[in-house]
Design a protein around this ligand. Structure first.
Ligand SMILES: Cc1cc2nc3c(=O)[nH]c(=O)nc-3n(C[C@H](O)[C@H](O)[C@H](O)COP(=O)(O)OP(=O)(O)OC[C@H]3O[C@@H](n4cnc5c(N)ncnc54)[C@H](O)[C@@H]3O)c2cc1C
Ligand SMILES: Cc1cc2nc3c(=O)[nH]c(=O)nc-3n(C[C@H](O)[C@H](O)[C@H](O)COP(=O)(O)O)c2cc1C
Length: 465
């Protein structure tokens, strides 16, 4: 073969390759991002902990007699999909401080940008927005409000005024009635087997009190340092027990149902489950909330103080899809403080059961090295197993100490290379302070592109409260 032949073959190959790339590009561009036909009502949910998703599914079930519906997460919704449908119902919660749930971040940014041009891009579209929020937060249902305004600004026609529901008061529950029976949560009885104080309590005199395993039921003093309790609950045997074990996975939440005598109603409190089904028992880590008047918080008081050993409570396991990490091979960065250790324990327990699971690095914040040994106590079952993990602990009340976000920054180069392009991040605990601080630290460590990729590719799991 001559040089000219070789050159011609090379030019032809490059030409064919470019043609193939162009075909792929245009094919991809023309395809709508969701499998919409244009005939159906789109029911879009943006949910952090699953409530809005349930309400969206219930709405779709209620509508399905009269019209075709398609339920999609906002995470997979592109703005141009809305140009292909004529009716959309949004069911969205609000997270952070008036922000969208993580699944709504990208769409909400794109919508905000488009709506700032005040065009009539969506004038063919009619819509409804149902907002779920909690009036304990200042920015009640703020994401629903912003969504309603931005969709309206693009010319879409509202079928009804914005509906906002205080989920903290159970205002959304009536909407769930149309869910098929099997999509409702069967409740179970859970029996308290053990309760252990994980941190050392400081008496008013400043003297530490020795740990008192399983005797905390008799606790009658008001502690200066808020107690953190590890609980083990057995699932009482019912027809649904096996089903429950099959459905529950690391990241899920126990909804504890608490009857209110005065109002003859039931309220619920969420607790991240610290164990996996293979351990049989539901483990929790609960911070005891003592209010200024000395009263315990309703849920935390029941779990850490009032409920006697061997007694049962009612509850159900709630899927917490944003906290479920399916890829078990990738590097996993687990970040928590305080009761957030619950979620860290569950994620570690999941990996400990697997052969060849990816590496784990835990960042944990505690108060004082001599009072708090929560991390080691909680993770002791995994210390000598096959699941290798690295730990970085920081104490806030130690000279030169600080918060977990500071430790992340101190080790930023290692954190960045540990995560690489595929690493997953799971953060569990208080949103205020810890969750916000960790988010700021991650933005600074990863910089815009890698931080956005982490969030948009579903590798950033926030189980914050
Ligand atoms: C998805 C999720 C997972 C969670 N996981 C866990 C977990 O694993 N462990 C855990 O401990 N918690 C967890 N929580 C928090 C938990 O659900 C409860 O919110 C927490 O236990 C407090 O509820 P409570 O009923 O004890 O307090 P409540 O009786 O509801 O009291 C809280 C109220 O007290 C007020 N308050 C707070 N501090 C004080 C104070 N010092 N003085 C006076 N008033 C005060 C607050 O404004 C608030 O209105 C989780 C929450 C969510 C949403
Ligand atoms: C960390 C956190 C922040 C929240 N911030 C707000 C808020 O700013 N405004 C609001 O109305 N509700 C807020 N909520 C309440 C949720 O919107 C409400 O519990 C909702 O039912 C959750 O629905 P989801 O499970 O679909 O995410 C917040 C809840 C959490 C856990």
């Amino acid at each position: 073969m001559t040089e000219t032949h070789r050159l011609l073959i090379a030019i032809a190959s490059i030409g064919l390759y470019m043609l193939w790339v162009a075909v792929l590009f245009f094919k991809h561009k023309k395809q709508p991002s969701n499998a919409v036909t244009g005939e159906e009502t789109l029911v879009v949910y943006a949910s952090q902990t699953g409530t809005a998703e349930k309400v969206a599914r219930a709405k779709a079930a209620a509508l399905s007699e009269q019209e075709q519906t398609l339920v999609v997460s906002m995470a997979s919704l592109k703005l141009n999909t809305l140009s292909a449908v004529s009716k959309v119902i949004f069911v969205v919660s609000t997270y952070g401080e008036g922000e969208p749930p993580d699944a709504g971040r990208t769409f909400s940014k794109a919508l905000k940008k488009a709506s700032s041009n005040q065009s009539d891009y969506l004038s063919h579209l009619s819509f409804e927005v149902v907002g779920l929020g909690d009036k304990q937060y200042a920015a009640f249902c703020q994401f629903a409000v912003t969504l309603f305004d931005n969709i309206s600004a693009l010319g879409a026609r509202a079928l009804s005024p914005l509906m906002t529901l205080d989920a903290g008061k159970g205002e959304h529950l009536a909407l769930l009635d149309s869910l098929p029976e099997d999509a409702q949560h069967p409740t179970h009885a859970f029996t308290l087997k053990t309760r252990v104080q994980l941190n050392e309590v400081t008496l008013a005199s400043g003297e530490p009190l020795d740990e008192f395993d399983n005797q905390v039921e008799n606790q009658s003093f008001n502690s200066a340092s808020p107690g953190l309790f590890g609980l083990s609950l057995s699932v009482d045997n019912t027809n649904h027990t096996q089903e429950l074990h099959e459905q529950w996975e690391a990241g899920d939440v126990l909804e504890v149902l608490i009857p209110q005598q005065a109002e003859s109603s039931i309220i619920s409190r969420s607790y991240t489950i610290a164990s996996v089904p293979q351990e049989h028992d539901i483990k929790l880590v609960v911070r005891q909330l003592v209010k200024d008047n000395g009263q315990f918080g309703i849920g935390s008081g029941l779990l850490t103080h009032t409920l006697p050993l061997s007694q049962s409570l009612q509850g159900y396991i709630r899927k917490n899809s944003s906290a479920i990490i399916t890829d078990t091979q990738c590097p996993l960065l687990l970040i928590a403080a305080g009761s957030g250790i619950a979620g860290v324990r569950a994620q570690l327990a999941k990996r400990a059961l697997l052969e060849n699971a990816g590496p784990v690095w835990i960042f944990f914040g505690e108060r004082h090295p001599s009072h708090d040994n929560v991390l080691d106590k909680t993770l002791s079952p995994f210390q000598h197993g096959d699941c290798i993990f690295q730990k970085s602990v920081i104490f806030s009340r130690q000279e030169g100490g600080g918060y977990v976000q500071q430790r992340l920054i101190e080790q930023q180069d290692e954190v960045k290379s540990f995560l690489g392009d595929t690493g997953q991040v799971y953060v569990c605990g208080q949103f205020e302070g810890m969750g916000q601080g960790v988010d700021t630290a991650l933005q600074s460590i990863l910089k815009e592109q890698a931080y956005n990729a982490l969030a948009d590719e579903g590798r950033y799991h926030r189980d914050l409260y």
